[in-house]
Design a protein around this ligand. Structure first.
Ligand code: GLN
Ligand code: ZN
Length: 759
């Protein structure tokens, strides 16, 4: 008999109930008790779904008021001390202050959870950090709640080594491993407390095993788990997002009762793990994709895992079946998508549907295929229709890709030559000023867009509203005295959705929300078919904007990698192929913009860096393709047309050769909060093209002083040649209001002018 379980369920709720409750609580509209009730209702509902679907356990511990890493810290009272935590009890207030900051304290830093779009709060480690299991903590309470509801509980817990690894050493420590013995003691206490209240299994997540770990970290696993397993429920050590084949020996040696591996992302690791698999040890296979929304190919999975089941039976090793990782990364329930085209819908499975898939596979493997035949039939039919559907396979798109020549991805002349032609054409001053693209998205703009979508505003009325906004944005920029203008992106609700809606191959859900961080959710589109562009997407907006000014107007597009990273991507062809298809669609848009007289075109790639694979050995393949995709869309233009890109904040140092290989004439990046530190890498590398280091932070309404921007620019001048420096804010201005935007940009232009005068 195999066991069906999951590593975690989305906590936000099918209607984003948690988000709305959190936000109401922060605004003071509901009290803590009401918020807690919403949380406990959601947990109860999610466990009921797991039980009704036929899972053998419900998973407890995947709930968090904001973030699972923060919740683990709070379980051990290990929040940074500045948030007023008294050492005994982490209140919800301390917890939210750590997550969101208050007037005295900035929030904890946030960063991406491995290669997902989920953000966790980064633990801060100092020599004084203590780990003290909190009495009456949330986890024990949740376990009791599930037990009272009559569920068989498996607890999910972030493992101590991953928790340490994901934190940042702030002071007084050589390495976060210096805290190991302290943290292990606290975990021991927790595990024995869980054992005392009758928990049979704890799933202990150690996802860091999939990244390139140093020997020091690897060595820490065995002794740590010796300690932890001494007095604890049974431990299922879970890994996900990539392979752990290289640690097969270590995993075999670890004194745990089971191991979970992700065989969706890394199916090839199974063989290495199965070899010498210990007698009697549970192997949990993550067979259903926890990172994507496609209906599983149950028949193929059944064929693939029947022999594995036999192999395991020989070793009396129980087989467990699960989704590859926590279902946190997929939307909750497909059933509520009543507007979705029925054919598209038949191809999908969200968290709730995935529960049934896991259970169906379990029954089939256990010899009860007839009881789940209906599920298999539906899955087979969906697969067959995806294989042949003309909505997916567009011959012309595939053919075009095969005909791409290397020269299609190369500009006509090298940068040194292009920049002369561009300089002649635009005649820009030293330190040219510009912005990253969007201007404030006022309530009026959002209302107009929403009314248009609902049908309340006719097409021409909508055009008129947007044109009025463009005219306003252009006039404002002229008044400020910027050198290169933008149209302001009023027509865009989101930089990916806007383009996705105009491309073949993209689908959209109504309620497909996924938690990004805290109460923030995103609704990624899904790419189901070959991507192409039926008609121009931005040309009329940009051309209209250009008609209003003598200054150069910068066209504004979202790049292929960002279009890919922020969507659910089809699983029936390599991601790299989908990226190149998007690139070709964008190439046509770039060509059309150029034809319409737009002399500068910015192709945003804020997700370029986040697409990097978790293992360094896979970087080159990814980067080669990502650079190729960017060049494929940009290299279509003549030398005199200037290509810009924008990348927000990222760690660039280790990928600078690739950033340079993109060969954008100008790149803008977010540098103000790091006080231009990022530029040091560009400087050491002698980055050849032009750079616009952000001179003020756009995340806050605070208007930066002109002197601050001057200081930053002086710093930039120490690192880069004057001729290569552009002056711009850190990122787009869509979340800002007009008064602060005007003031800040005026300061920025002033700072650039003074600098010019001084040279
Ligand atoms: N052009 C986009 C904007 O200004 C860029 C946004 C981004 O980098 N995330 O809004
Ligand atoms: Zn940005």
């Amino acid at each position: 008999m195999s066991i069906a379980h999951i590593l975690g369920f989305p906590r936000i709720g099918a209607q984003r109930e948690l988000k709305f409750a959190q936000e109401a609580f922060w605004r003071g509209e509901i009290n803590e008790a009401t918020l807690r009730d919403v949380g406990s209702d959601l947990r109860a509902r999610h466990w009921a779904l797991q039980q009704e679907a036929g899972l053998d356990f419900v998973t407890v511990g995947d709930f968090a008021w904001y973030d699972q890493v923060l919740s683990t810290l709070s379980l051990f009272g290990a929040l940074p001390s500045r948030y007023g935590f008294d050492g005994q009890h982490t209140s919800l207030e301390n917890y939210f202050t750590a997550a969101r900051g208050n007037t005295q304290h900035v929030a904890m830093e946030m960063t991406k959870w491995f290669d997902t779009n989920y953000h966790y709060l980064v633990p801060e480690w100092t020599a004084d950090t203590e780990f003290q299991l909190q009495k009456n903590n949330a986890l024990l309470e949740e376990v009791r709640q599930a037990q009272q509801l009559g569920h068989r509980v498996k607890v999910s817990l972030l493992g101590p080594l991953s928790l340490l690894y994901l934190g940042k050493v702030k002071s007084g420590l050589n390495s976060s491993l210096d805290l190991l013995h302290k943290i292990l003691r606290a975990y021991q206490n927790l595990l024995s407390a869980l054992q005392e209240i009758g928990v049979e299994w704890v799933q202990i997540d150690e996802p860091i095993l999939v990244v390139d770990l140093s020997p020091e970290w690897l060595r820490a696993f065995e002794p740590s788990y010796q300690l932890l397993s001494a007095k604890a429920p049974k431990l299922l050590l879970t890994t996900y997002f990539d392979a752990v084949a290289e640690h097969a020996d270590l995993l075999h040696r670890l004194p745990v009762d089971g191991v979970h591996i992700d065989v969706v992302r890394a199916p090839q690791q199974l063989e290495a793990l199965l070899k010498d698999w210990p007698q009697g040890r549970v192997l949990s296979l993550g067979v259903i994709d926890g990172r994507n929304i496609w209906r599983a190919d149950l028949s193929t999975l059944l064929q693939r895992y029947l022999p594995v089941q036999v192999q395991l039976q020989d070793k009396r090793a129980p087989l467990w079946l699960a989704a590859s990782c926590s279902l946190l990364h997929v939307p909750v329930d497909l059933d509520v998508e009543n507007k979705l085209d029925p054919e598209l819908r038949s191809w999908l499975a969200f968290a709730v549907q995935k529960l049934t898939e896991i259970v169906s596979l379990k029954h089939a493997l256990d010899g009860r295929l007839e009881t789940v035949q209906a599920q298999f039939t539906l899955a087979d039919a969906a697969l067959q229709s995806r294989r042949v559907s003309k909505r997916i396979h567009i011959d012309a798109v595939q053919k075009r890709l095969t005909q791409v020549q290397p020269r299609d991805a190369e500009r006509k002349s090298p940068f040194a030559q292009r920049i002369i032609a561009q300089q002649q054409r635009f005649d820009l001053p030293l330190f040219p000023t510009t912005t990253v693209g969007s201007f404030p998205q006022t309530a009026t703009i959002r209302q107009a867009r929403a009314a248009y979508k609902r049908g309340g505003l006719k097409h021409l009325e909508y055009l008129e509203a947007m044109r009025a906004e463009i005219a306003h944005v252009v006039a404002a920029q002229e008044k400020i005295g910027l050198d290169v203008l933008v149209h302001g992106e009023a027509e865009r609700n989101d930089m990916v959705e806007y383009f996705g809606e105009q491309l073949w191959g993209y689908g959209f859900t109504q309620f497909g929300w996924v938690q990004s961080y805290g109460s923030r959710c995103v609704k990624p589109p899904f790419i189901y078919g070959d991507v192409c562009r039926p008609e121009a997407m931005t040309v009329t907006w940009s051309a209209y904007a250009q008609s209003l000014t003598q200054k150069p107007m910068k066209g504004m597009l979202t790049g292929p990698i960002t279009m890919l990273q922020w969507s659910f991507v089809r699983d029936d062809q390599p991601r790299s192929t989908t990226a190149l298809q998007i690139a070709l669609a964008l190439r046509d848009e770039v060509a059309d913009l150029e034809k319409a007289g737009i002399g500068m075109i910015q192709i945003d790639e804020p997700a370029f860096r986040e697409g990097l694979p978790l293992k360094q050995k896979d970087w080159t393949a990814y980067l080669e393709n990502a650079v190729r995709a960017f060049k494929l869309c940009s290299a279509v233009v003549s030398d005199e047309t200037q290509i810009h890109t924008h990348m927000c904040y990222a760690e660039f140092n280790d990928i600078l050769p690739w950033i340079a290989a993109m060969d954008a004439d100008v790149i803008s990046i977010e540098t103000s909060r790091s006080a231009m530190e990022l530029l040091e890498g560009f400087s050491d590398f002698a980055y050849p093209n032009h750079i616009g280091p952000g001179v003020y932070d756009i995340h806050s309404p605070r208007v930066a002083k002109m002197s601050e921007m001057q200081t930053l620019l002086q710093k930039a001048r120490q690192l880069l040649p004057d001729q290569s420096i552009w002056v711009n804010p850190d990122c787009g201005l869509k979340t800002r209001a007009w008064p602060e935007t005007m003031a800040a940009l005026e300061h920025m232009v002033q700072a650039a002018k003074l600098l010019r005068a001084s040279c």
